[in-house]
Design a protein around this ligand. Structure first.
Ligand SMILES: N[C@@H](CCC(=O)N[C@@H](CS)C(=O)NCC(=O)O)C(=O)O
Length: 203
């Protein structure tokens, strides 16, 4: 049984969504932003003192997107494709983590995460500019395809859309990226995403 340590109102949301997409049995071990996140018990599954973490039998993992690659690999195709498409999944996952998430977090901290008095409008604008540069790339990639790799939803969609969830749900201006907007709406209205969103909204 997959055990996801975290809460849906954190990056654990992505892992819950992936587990729902995979159709694998899983449970959520509720570790939130209180002192439990730095407790010895939690540090055993995530020595960074962060959420999420995952246990699957003897395997213990941290890093939300690595957890998702593991979950998808267990499910196999179409969630985790084979051959060259498996390499494309890695490309989009690493791009999400290294190119998109830093810009998304810069925008998020300075628009809705930090208390209003601590927000910096210049930083928010820089984050938005960084996001828009990446969204230009994504807009071109999507072309006529419903999903990143073509006609099927894969873990690449889950990982990249998962990284963009905070921006999307906090109304980042997607007016100049209509294909990205439609793709995000397609991803987040899937039954598995709706199940994860319901958990997040209930928290
Ligand atoms: N790169 C990590 C980031 C994990 C992370 O920063 N998680 C946040 C919650 S979304 C956290 O635990 N913050 C608490 C802290 O940094 O003390 C991942 O994707 O799992």
């Amino acid at each position: 049984m997959i055990r996801i340590h975290g809460i849906a109102k954190s990056r654990a949301f992505r892992c819950i969504w992936a587990a729902e997409e995979a159709g694998l049995p899983y449970e959520v071990v509720p570790v939130g932003f209180g002192p439990g996140i730095k407790s010895p018990a939690h540090l055993k599954v995530n020595p960074n003192g962060k959420i999420p973490a995952m246990e699957d039998g003897a395997l213990v993992l941290f890093e939300s997107l690595a957890i998702n690659l593991h979950i998808a690999a267990k499910a196999g195709p179409p969630l985790m494709p084979v051959g060259d498409d498996a390499s494309r999944v890695l490309q989009w996952t690493l791009w999400a983590a290294t190119e998109v998430e830093p810009a998304a977090m810069q925008w998020a901290y300075n628009t809705y995460l930090r208390p209003a008095a601590e927000r910096d409008a210049g930083q928010a604008a820089a984050g938005a500019a960084g996001m828009n540069a990446r969204l230009d790339v994504l807009e071109g990639q999507l072309g006529a395809n419903p999903f990143l790799l073509g006609s099927s939803f894969t873990i690449a969609d889950c990982n990249l859309a998962g990284v963009l969830y905070g921006a999307w749900s906090n109304r980042f201006d997607l007016g100049g990226h209509t294909k990205v907007k439609a793709w995000l709406e397609r991803c987040f209205s899937r039954p598995a995403a709706l199940a994860a969103r319901a958990l997040r909204d209930a928290a």
